[in-house]
Design a protein around this ligand. Structure first.
Ligand SMILES: [Cu+2]
Length: 494
């Protein structure tokens, strides 16, 4: 059978629904060691807060009726003005709903999941991901973030650069060796689909010396989810129109950036919802009103007296997050897939694309629910008035603590007797008196290569100016390198 017809064969017989990919699991189940791992992905449109009928390939909107309770919308021909009746979903049906922030929105998804399927393989195995583009009008490509693609640069997945996009209806097999161990991720690398849902974890397992035994290894994917599709936002930013993020027809409210404590302008677009593993609560009106409370948050189930590893990946569109777990010290053990010498921290800051691994001990902790927080770095508005940061939250649930109940915990105070170490600040330090001390990334040390390369006597210096620029009045945040903007090529160079 020719390779092409083999792909067609697969397309016809692969079921589309939950049979291909179970709902997202937030912990790693190590696979058996194999030379090759195969994954079958269908990239398609999907909707948040929708129920999928696999038999009829149809969907129906659902709504939240209480904390973690969903109802299916019903219609009645005899009463066309009444279509708000909800019939409850079973727990099993509820598990297949892509919740996001509990509101309806189109997304682009692999096998109808958000985040997309987790890839877990052993180091140096061959990974084969068979991707079929089920979209009707958009090309796609998938990038394997953290894999260097030695000898396989054409598998890097940058549409228009390392390959032609996979067109609607086409299939393409990515095949590469998992040469880098650690916490990585995959995401769309053409246009704006990454932040519309085309992302997931890519974990390359290896034997790791000098680590305690972990009862479980959790995955934490962070995302600043928007109510609009990413293309609308990207166009607005490119047109220097992000001041009008509350709507081109909204004459009563315009959006202005926030600042970090050091004055750096951040937050070019309003924060809407912070998702952890595809679930989070929406802030109304940029956080001035209360969040919606019925969205079930991601929950990490733990037992007392053991260690848990967390592999944190930022899939954010534009916000950096400061990550912490209330009343738990973090032991940082890896960044971007590279093991580092252990560093104790109260929190760490993670930017888009970065990964941090840490572990916690659950010894001698009161049995209850604790917040895992991912807070933005928003400190003031442009006038210097203090603002509260937004956050994505998840629940660390000790077995025996109440189920379906938000934690009541607070983060530990940073004070004179107990300073907080914050790893990976994008500024030199916090202000004096805040009792927060930055450990910047250049202060981290490799756990494996004790002798880092030293500077040679002959060296050259290059300045590369990464910049967000534009018209101050309208709040442009267009990115450039040495004053040049990236314009995607129409095809890979030949
Ligand atoms: Cu990437």
């Amino acid at each position: 059978m020719a390779p092409g017809s083999w792909l067609v064969f697969l397309c016809v017989f692969l079921p589309l629904g939950g049979a291909v990919t179970p709902p997202f699991m937030n912990y790693i189940r190590p696979p058996p060691k194999q030379d090759e791992y195969d994954f079958y992905w269908h990239v398609g449109y999907w909707e948040t807060m929708f129920e999928y009928d696999e038999e009829r390939d149809a969907g129906r909107p659902v709504q939240l009726t209480g904390l973690n309770r969903f109802g299916r919308r019903e219609t009645n021909r005899d009463d066309p003005n009444n279509c708000g009746n909800l019939t409850p979903l079973t727990a099993e049906e509820s598990r297949t709903v892509v919740v996001a922030d509990g509101f309806h929105r189109k997304l682009i998804a692999v096998n109808r999941t958000l985040p997309g399927p987790t890839i877990v393989v052993w180091k140096n195995a061959q990974v084969a991901v068979h991707v079929t583009n089920k979209l009707i009008q958009e090309g796609i490509s998938i990038h394997w973030h953290g894999i260097t693609q030695h000898n396989t640069p054409w598998m890097d997945g940058v549409g228009g650069v390392s390959q032609c996009p996979i067109n609607p209806g086409e299939s393409f097999t990515y095949r590469f060796n998992a040469t880098e161990g650690g916490t990585h991720w995959w995401h769309a690398h053409l246009g704006t689909f990454r932040t519309d849902g085309l992302y997931g974890a890519l974990i390359v397992l290896e034997e790791e010396p000098r680590l305690p035994a972990f009862s479980r290894e959790f995955i934490v994917l962070l995302h600043d989810w928007q109510r609009e599709e990413s293309l609308d936002i990207a166009l607005r930013v490119n047109w220097e129109a992000s001041r009008f993020s509350y709507g081109y027809d909204n004459n009563s409210q315009c959006y202005y950036n926030k600042r970090q404590h050091d004055g750096t302008e951040i937050a070019p677009i309003p924060f809407v919802s912070g998702l952890i593993n595809g679930k989070g609560r929406r802030y109304y009106n940029d956080g001035l009103e209360s969040e919606n409370q019925n969205v079930p948050l991601e929950t990490f189930e733990v037992h007392s007296g053991v260690n848990y590893r967390f592999r944190v990946i930022s899939a954010a569109m534009s916000y950096a997050f400061r990550v912490s777990i209330d009343r738990h010290e973090l032991t940082m053990i890896a960044t971007d897939g590279n093991r580092i010498k252990d560093e104790k921290a109260e929190s760490f800051i993670i930017n888009t694309g970065e990964r941090f691994d840490f572990y916690i001990s659950t010894k001698n902790k009161p049995v209850q629910n604790y917040w895992l927080r991912a807070e933005t770095l928003e400190d003031t508005d442009i006038y210097g008035t203090a603002v509260r940061p937004h956050s994505a939250k998840a629940i660390l649930h000790y077995q025996g603590a109440p189920v379906d109940s938000d934690p009541a915990t607070t983060r530990r105070p940073c004070d004179a007797s107990n300073d907080c170490t914050v790893v990976n600040c994008p500024f030199e330090n916090y202000p004096p008196g805040s009792y927060k001390t930055c450990m910047n990334v250049h202060e981290l040390r490799s756990a494996l290569n004790e002798d880092a390369p030293r500077r040679e006597s002959k060296w050259e210096e290059h300045f590369i100016n990464f910049h967000f620029s534009g018209n101050e009045l309208n709040g442009a945040q267009r990115s450039s390198v040495n004053g040049h903007r990236f314009i995607p090529p129409r095809s890979p160079p030949t």
